[in-house]
Design a protein around this ligand. Structure first.
Ligand code: SAM
Length: 632
């Protein structure tokens, strides 16, 4: 895990880097940040002369790059990220801004201006927190810049041209790369070296610390702003702790909608060479001048202690279809909800108030109504309904997790304790009754529908003409693939008892090329021919012997050049994050979650090469690999 615990705050978020720079990607990857790369289409054409100082230009460009990506993901890809990071590096010498050279002559012009002189490298960084209200994208922007002074030696014409002919200057601000050959031109560096490479990591971490651990007012003077707080320091800070809600619930926080794409000049509150909107920096707990308390409040631990109550409140409200009633009939008073769902008035009122406290409902004088996210995710017909998974969590996972202590003691699944029977395998257990099977299928469908676009677009799959989704269940991913790749023929292969029950889950609108459903057992039966095989959320469920059978069969049927796409949550190399995957492991299936290098090793063992891993930052990551060519 990253040394800086603030980065841990980003683990559960969809973080996007709006930059194609491999150097920025490397800097952030090296410290363990998980993020998706979506290069910005924003053209670096802002009028430089309209900025009073070079750094203002870099900050504004960084901001516009990040906003373009946030807006595009929200509108075009229907995937609103949690955080978009934009950066722009420029070199400034004699009050002139140098960006990337357009050709060798331009590189010569830049480098000869830098020869024998000190210049400044500025990187502007924008951290944009995004949320979606209705169809509107809302953003909260934090931006800052870092300056590093660099002095070049006197460069001879010969050295200069030799460097230009190396090709290195062409994609770099100021026409040099300090981390490679360009390092030989440099006499000294004053300031953050990584800033010159392209990303001021230290300042970025400090900014995150300010955002996620804002100092309480009464201790402001004691906090060293020029250091990244240690874990100890964090404990001394009062943190609003609730990870994502810090940014959505600050009373004073200024929301900007997507119209802020227009490059208007912001009003900055400049402090220590950074500009941050101070209104989003006020910690919730301190806004009303809460009195000093001698004991530190371990907010995270308190949240964990109460977490099960929150989960159960969500489950019960979902099971009672409270969100469905409020969607069609709200706002409703507690007594009306109680009448609709057939529950006690006092119990219903408590449940509804708890849902308000959890941010799932709103309460006004007219009664209770759904929040936008309740309409989208919690109603059973919501666009991205998680209702199926929530009911599965309540009816299946909850009883299993109440036996967690025994599971840990014994190292085995607890179905016999939770449900009074021990099935041969996971799916024999799910499919023993029609009711449980349909509940499980609805659960799989809700997550698959929510993640399908991320999985389908993690790699460009347009080269594949035929695809077989093994264990593809209701076909949610298959339908998305056909939408994105209209020339692709997709077959879903699943057990007969699943295929017999898929009709309820099919989209109402007709597709040009319908999905084919084929029943069979992927451990025993012949697999259909395809250019691309998919295993989405399959491998983590099975023990090694079964995986051996399955991957051997796929490898045997795969022609050279065909591919296998695995969709799973990929663990970090320490195998402790993301938490969702590690917590899922506690249900003790015979399978296991794997890290990126473990997937690579596993797939290579079965003759797959060129293993590429895409950490999407969402609920599922993707691994693509190709069947080895037979030629030596
Ligand atoms: C965890 S679910 C994943 C479903 C889907 N791929 C997704 O990502 O939502 C596992 C799927 O594998 C299917 N499955 C389990 N054993 C199978 C077998 N022996 N042959 C074919 N499909 C199987 C199950 O019916 C189920 O649909």
């Amino acid at each position: 895990m990253a040394l800086n615990p603030v980065l841990g705050k980003l683990v559960s978020k969809r973080v996007v880097l709006a930059s194609a720079s491999p150097r920025r990607q490397e800097i952030l990857t090296n410290v363990g940040l998980r993020f998706e790369v979506v290069p910005s289409w924003f053209k670096e054409t802002l009028e430089k002369s309209s900025f009073a100082a070079p750094y203002e230009y870099a900050v504004e460009t960084a901001k516009q790059k990040a906003l373009e990506v946030a807006n595009r993901m929200h509108v075009k890809h229907l995937r609103t990220p949690d955080i978009v990071i934009g950066a722009d590096t420029i070199v400034s010498v004699d009050e002139q801004i140098l960006e990337k050279p357009v050709d060798k002559q331009d590189a010569y012009r830049m480098l000869s201006r830098l020869s024998g002189k000190e210049h400044s490298v500025f990187t502007g960084v924008a951290i944009i927190h995004c949320s979606s209200k209705g169809n509107q994208l809302e953003t909260e922007i934090t931006d800052f810049y870092e300056e590093t002074k660099v002095k070049f030696s006197d460069l001879s014409e010969e050295l200069l041209w030799e460097y230009i002919h190396s090709g290195e200057p062409m994609d770099k601000a100021g026409g040099y790369g300090i981390q490679a050959l360009g390092g030989m031109l440099v006499e000294y560096v004053h300031g953050d070296f990584l800033n010159v490479v392209g990303f001021p990591l230290n300042h970025f971490c400090k900014k995150l610390a300010e955002l996620y651990y804002p100092p309480p007012k009464h201790t402001v003077q004691h906090i060293k702003h020029d250091s990244i707080p240690s874990v100890d320091t964090f404990e001394n800070l009062s943190d609003g702790e609730s990870e994502s809600s810090n940014f959505t619930e600050h009373k004073g926080a200024k929301k900007l909608n997507s119209s802020s794409m227009c490059p208007s000049r912001p009003v900055y509150n400049c402090e220590n060479s950074s500009s941050v909107r101070t209104d989003s920096m006020v910690p919730l707990g301190n806004q009303n001048g809460a009195s000093e308390s001698a004991a530190k409040l371990p907010s995270k631990i308190v949240d964990l202690m109460d977490g099960f109550k929150a989960s159960k409140a969500l489950f019960v409200a979902s099971k009672l279809k409270v969100f469905d009633y409020l969607k069609t009939k709200g706002p409703l008073k507690a007594v009306d909800v109680a009448n609709e769902v057939g529950t006690s008035v006092c119990g219903t009122e408590r449940l509804l108030d708890a849902c308000v406290a959890l941010g799932l409902l709103e309460k006004t004088s007219q009664g209770y109504s759904n929040t936008d996210s309740a309409n989208t995710y919690l109603t059973s017909d919501g666009e991205y309904s998680l209702h199926g998974y929530i009911i599965h969590s309540n009816d299946h996972l909850w009883p299993l997790f109440t036996n967690l202590e025994s599971a840990v003691r014994e190292g085995s699944r607890q179905n016999h304790r939770a449900f009074g029977r021990k099935a041969e395998d996971l799916f024999k257990d799910y499919y023993h009754s029609q009711e449980v099977k349909q509940r499980f299928m609805a659960a799989m469908h809700s997550i698959a529908h929510l993640t399908a676009r991320d999985v389908a677009t993690a790699f460009d799959l347009s080269q594949f003409k035929s695809t077989c989704d093994l264990g593809g269940c209701t076909g949610a991913l298959a339908h998305e693939l056909i939408q994105i790749y209209p020339n692709m023929k997709v077959t879903v292969f699943d057990l007969p008892e699943v295929i017999a029950n898929i009709s309820y889950f099919q989209p109402s609108e007709q597709c040009a090329a319908p999905v084919t459903f084929l029943s069979g057992d992927f451990f025993k039966d012949n697999l259909p021919e395809a250019d691309l095989y998919i295993l989405s959320r399959i491998l983590h469920d099975w023990p090694d012997e079964r995986i051996h059978v399955l991957l051997s069969k796929i490898s045997a049927v795969c022609k050279p050049g065909s591919a296998l796409l695995v969709a799973e949550i990929v663990l970090d190399e320490q195998k402790t994050h993301p938490a969702r995957a590690v917590l899922q492991s506690l249900s003790m299936t015979e399978g296991k979650q794997r890290s990126g290098s473990e997937y690579k090793q596993l797939l290579e063992k079965y003759g797959f090469t060129d293993v590429q891993i895409k950490i999407t930052g969402t609920l599922l990551d993707a691994v693509l690999c190709f069947k080895k060519n037979l030629s030596p």
